[in-house]
Every structure is written in structure tokens, then in C-alpha cells.
Write a protein that binds this ligand. Sequence first.
Ligand code: NAD
Length: 332
Amino acid sequence: MRIAFAGTGNINKVHAQAAKNAGLELTAVVNHKKDSMIGFGKQFNIARQYEKLEDLLNDGGVDALVVSTPNYLHSPQTIAALNAGVHVMVEKPMAMNAQEAELMCKAEKKSGAILMVAHCWRFDPDVLWLKDQSKKLGKIIRTKGIGVHAHWGPSGWFTQRKLAGGGAMADMGIHALDTARFILGDPKPISVYAKIGTYYQDFDVDDTGVIIVEWDNGATSTIESGWWQPHADGPEAATQLYGTEGFGELFPTHLELSNKKEREIDFIEPGFEFPRREHCPQSLYDDQMNYFAECINKKQTPIPGGTEGLINMKVVDAAYESSRTGKVVEVI
Ligand SMILES: NC(=O)c1ccc[n+]([C@@H]2O[C@H](COP(=O)([O-])OP(=O)(O)OC[C@H]3O[C@@H](n4cnc5c(N)ncnc54)[C@H](O)[C@@H]3O)[C@@H](O)[C@H]2O)c1
């Protein structure tokens, strides 16, 4: 499988390493910033280098593309690649808004190529363990998820609305949102209420958010999003589950089951390292890349794909709208 990369920043270096680890053929790279592209090409031994994605697609000879550029490029680059019959894995948030995400899903349907959205926490061993064990919790009534950077935040394009679409909610809140939804079994969102604002830095995107999502399976999720917060109630994607029969948590990952007869709590601890040496290790992205390659080989629709990415974008859009209007927003 011949794979190419749009963007040569932080996360595409991790994806390129993952592709190398998976034994894929690292074929081409795109970036208008030549220095960065040359460095990336050297690091991963990629000779075909393009300043424009269109030129790469016209030349052909590529099966898949990883899109890890600023958010405003996700939709146009993904659609161009899909239209050329190239499979795409696009970073989260998949687009600037749900409208763009819909167009990407339409392009996928028309093209026959596959679209995966890199909601990486779905590949994490702690997350997979908790999802599997969560059936012991009875009915899950509520979840709490954390997508917060304490004492720091990103800079550059991430903090400009016209390039990023949104701030901490679109960047970090979406990790907590997708993790909660994945563990709950991908329910549909019904409504969203949110308070989102900018309090810690001077930019035109949000650095603080509290979001409440009502799901069609009866559960309610609260999500905390933030950059530059004075405290984080857990690392990225940390999630708590409150069920009728007990409590489950990610990071530190464990269950606390209510043993009502003995009036005791049974702890189930899988023994995952916490705190982790690296919270987002290379192995997480290796597993994600292996799954992308597997979906291409088996001609299988990925989960997380356009459907999951679009639902997340609808919740993000609804959260911003709710915060703007002060009203609960129904998600259609
Ligand atoms: N899932 C995760 O764990 C994770 C982690 C980090 C970032 N991300 C996401 O990945 C995306 C990229 O983030 P990043 O941290 O790597 O950002 P970055 O700023 O480090 O990298 C962006 C890259 O895109 C390049 N670029 C800009 N315009 C381009 C164009 N027209 N064509 C090709 N390349 C272009 C930039 O030069 C840069 O190399 C974002 O959407 C971000 O939310 C996800």
C-alpha cells in the first residue's frame, strides 16, 4: 500500500512512523513549506515531494493519504483525494463544521474509496478495556469526560477561528466527546447545552467549555474542554462512567462495583500503568494505522469513519450554538 502525507507537522510525523512500522510504502508528501517538507522527506526517506496536493493527485501512484493539516484544509484536501479514488485518514476534528463534514461523507460515497477519521482514543488499550468491562456497570446514567490542557495550550493556526473553526472544544473536547460516545456504544446525540468562552488568552477561539450531551440511550455526558486551565481533572480523554451497578474510570483505569449485599465495593484493576510514561504513545497511532490499512485491504467501512466524525462535528456545532444562544440545541 502506497501512502502519502498532507502536512509535515507534529502528528504526521507520528503517522509516518506508524506507516513505516506497519510496513507500508511511504510514497509522497505535501506541504507548501519546503524546509519542513524536505526535513520530513529526509526523516522518512520520501523522495516525491509536492507543494500542492493537486499535483500529487494528478501524478497518481498513491493509494492512501493521511491529512494532518490545519483544520480548514481537512475538507478540501480529503474531498480532492477521495475524488481521485485515494483512501483518506483525516485528523480530528474532521472539518471546520458539520456542513463540511457532510460534503466529505458524500464524496466518500461517490468515490468508493474509504474515509477514516483519526479519533485515536478508540484504539487505546485502557479505553478498549473499559468499554468491554462497562457492561458490568448496569445501565450507565452519566459520564464525565476531560479534554483539557492545564497550564498550556497550542499557538499559531490552532488559535485562529478562520483556520481552526473552533478552539479547545473542537481540538480537545472532541477527544473526550468521542471517547464517551465510543464507550457508550455510539448512541445518537439528542440535545446539547454548553457554556463556552475565552478567559485565559487573547485569541478569537474558546479556551474553556462545559458541555452537556443527552444521548438516545438515556445517558447524559458532561464534557470539560480547555486550554491554559489552572487544573485538569484528568489527562486527555479521561472518562468516568456512573452506572446503576457501579463506577468505571479511565486513567487511572479501573471499576468499582457496588456489592450491595455485603455493602462493600469490589475493585477491578487491570494493572495498566498510571500515570503513563507517555499519555499518547506511538503504539496508539500504530494500532490506528494498522486498522486503516486493514480497512483498505478488506474494503471495509472504518469505525471511526465519516459517520462518527460527522456526529462529533454536529455536537461541536450544537455546543457552540448553545453557548451563543443560551438555549438547549437539538441535534438532528
Ligand atoms: N489525534 C491526535 O492525537 C492529534 C494530535 C495532534 C494534532 N492532531 C490534529 O492533527 C492536525 C494537525 O495538527 P499538528 O499538531 O500536526 O499541526 P502542525 O501545525 O504541527 O502541522 C500542520 C502541518 O500542515 C502544514 N500545512 C499547512 N498548510 C498546508 C497545505 N496547504 N498543504 C500541506 N500542508 C500544509 C504545515 O506546514 C504543518 O506541517 C490538527 O487537525 C490537529 O487537531 C491530532
